[in-house]
Design a protein around this ligand. Sequence first.
Ligand code: ADP
Ligand code: MG
Length: 348
Amino acid sequence: MSISLNNISHSYGQQKALIDVDLQLQAGEIVALLGPSGCGKTTLLRLIAGLEPLQQGDISIAGLAMAVASEGLQTPPEKRGIGMMFQDYALFPHMTVGKNLEYGLAKHHDVDERRAWLQQAMDKMGLKDMWDRYPHTLSGGQQQRVALLRALAPKPCIMLLDEPFSALDEHLRQQVREDTLDLLKSIGASAVMVTHDPLEALFMADKVVVMDHGHIVQQGAPHEIYASPASAFVAALFGPSNQFELQVVEQGLVTPFGNIKQHQLADDTNCKVIVRAKDVRLHQLEAPGLVAAEVISVHPMGNETHFRLRLPGAQQVFQARVRDHWQAQAGATVWVEVPNDAAFVFAA
Ligand code: ADP
Ligand code: MG
C-alpha cells in the first residue's frame, strides 16, 4: 500500500528530531532510511506506526488519512495494518517460537495457511525444527529471524523495520537480507527499513532516503544516490573518502592531488571536494599528470588493498583503495591519479 508523509516535524521538548519531512512510498516499494545515529530515523518509523502522537503534518496510507496533526486525528497503531520489527525485537520468553509466531494472527486470518507459510519461511531462514523451542534456547540471530517472521506472519501491507539485521554477523546478515527481500516481495508489502549501513541501503531498497539532523537531505534510486550525491555528506557516506576544503581560483581548484577545472562555481567560492578512496588510482611508475605520494601504510583487505598516503603539501592522510593485492613498503613513493569525474565538488 502507498504511504504519504507530508510536512512532518517532531520535537522531544526542545530537541528537534524531524524537520519538514516529506516522503512518498508507492505500493510494494522498499525504502531505506539511511543516516547517522540520532538523525530521526526511529522517530519517523514510530510516527508512521502511530506509536508517537503526530505533532505536525499528516500521514496517509493507501490514500486514507491515518494522522492529521491539525485535526487531532490519530488512528491507533493496531488499526493501521502495519507490521513492525524494531531494534528491541523481544520475543515473549514464556512462549514457544511457534506461539510467538502465531501471536499476531487474528480471527480473520486463515491460520492453517499462515502456519504452512511460516513453516516454509522458517526452513528458508534456517530455523527448521525450532517451532517448539523457547526463545532463550535460540541464538541472538535466530531470535531476530523469528521476530522478523512474527512481524510478517499476518501478511501486513506495510512493514517497518528498524535496523533489523544489526545483531547478525556479516555472513548471516547477507543471507537474511536476501531472504527478507524475497519475503517482502512475495507478500507485496511496502517497507520502510532503517539502516546506518549504506551498502545495505543500496542492496535492499528501491529508494534510498538519506537523513541528517532531522532533515531528508536526498532521496532517489540507489544508483542515483551513489553516483550523483547532492552534498558532501552524501558523497562521503559510501566507504572511506578524502575531503578537502578549497577555494575556486581562476575557474579551477588547486588540490594536493592535482588541479581540477571548475566552471560551475564562481571564483573565490569556498567548496568541499570529496574523493572516494576506491576512485583513486595508484601507479608504480611516474607519468605526466600523476602526483607523487609517500606510503604511510598498506593494509591488505582480501581482494582490495587500502593505502594511507601522504601527499605533498597536505596535512591529512590521503586514502586510496585499489583492487588486487599490492605490496609497498612504508616510505616508498607511489604515483596518484584522481580521474576528473572522481572528484565531487560542492559549494560549502
Ligand atoms: P535515530 O533512530 O536516527 O538514531 P531517533 O529518532 O531515535 O534517531 O532520535 C532522534 C533524536 O531525538 C535524537 O536526538 C534522540 O536523542 C532524540 N529522541 C529520540 N527519542 C526520544 C525520546 N523519547 N525523548 C527524548 N528525546 C528523544
Ligand atoms: Mg534508531
